[in-house]
Design a protein around this ligand. Structure first.
Ligand code: CA
Length: 263
């Protein structure tokens, strides 16, 4: 199955340094949002992404490959702060999606540590797949804040899990079978701080016939024009329906639905 990916990242309108990093590979896309300011959040996010680079060109990924890359990324951050004590306290979020082999059939694997996000985009709207590891999300989960209040809350930047910690953070993982036309949006919070779901959906509908690269560019540009108070990073991932391998879905169940949709 062929995937089309497009990535864009911008420092924003206020900050001097882009502490986000991202990767758009063959079957893998990753976004990392570094934190630490003078402790070098940019180094943290770059180190995390570097741990995924050996997987970037592969088309035979497994869930274990992704898990090992996350473990390696965390270890690399800790090792770096041993050598550079001035970077103590640096950390990064990491979120991504990979097309993996799961017991012989292709599956999407979505993974997350922190408050960067993966959304699914379709005609029904913008659907958040990941669950933020953040102070405000915990308040929302406890019923003490609404989503709208969380968006402007003073603690909205405080994450409760990140890479660069000992013990290593627990990673959330979701696995599900692919469908033709699947489209995903990965982003750092610099996008969602400026654009709500409706804003993202409007832009997406206007740009859906454009390339993934151009859609990513438009989303980032919109967040920067809306204020750009933080670094903004977007990766758009979509299946190319024409290259969808019907036979490879034979064991995943939804094959009959796939045939229906493509009649
Ligand atoms: Ca950020």
């Amino acid at each position: 199955m062929q995937l089309e990916m497009g990535a864009a990242s911008h420092v924003g309108a206020v900050r001097a340094l882009n502490e986000d990093s991202c990767l758009a590979g063959t079957h893998l896309a990753v976004v990392a949002d570094g934190m630490g300011g003078h402790a070098r959040g940019d180094v943290a996010s770059r180190l995390a992404i570097d741990a995924f680079r050996p997987l970037a060109g592969r088309t035979d990924l497994t869930p274990d490959d992704v898990r090992r890359a996350v473990v390696a990324a965390n270890a690399d951050l800790l090792a770096d702060t041993d050598v550079h004590p001035e970077r103590d306290g640096m950390g990064t979020t990491v979120t991504g999606i990979a097309l993996v082999d799961h017991f012989g059939s292709p599956h999407w694997l979505v993974f997350n540590v922190g408050d960067s996000r993966v959304y699914r985009l379709d005609d029904g709207g913008v659907r958040l797949l990941t669950h933020d590891h953040s102070e405000v999300q915990e308040l929302v989960d406890a019923g003490r804040l609404t989503d709208a209040q969380a968006r402007v809350h003073p603690l909205r930047n405080i994450v409760t899990r990140s890479l660069g910690t000992d013990p290593a953070p627990e990673m959330d993982v979701w696995l599900f079978p692919p469908h033709p036309g699947d489209t995903f949006l990965l982003c750092s919070d610099g996008l969602t701080n400026e654009l709500d779901d409706d804003g993202i959906l409007d832009l997406w509908r206007n740009r859906r016939s454009a390339s993934a690269e151009s859609a990513a560019d438009s989303l980032v540009a919109a967040a920067v024009s809306a204020g750009g108070r933080d670094n903004v990073t977007v990766v758009v991932v979509r299946t190319e329906a024409a290259t969808f391998d019907e036979a490879s879905l034979a064991t995943t169940g939804p094959r009959s639905r796939f045939l229906e949709e493509n009649r």
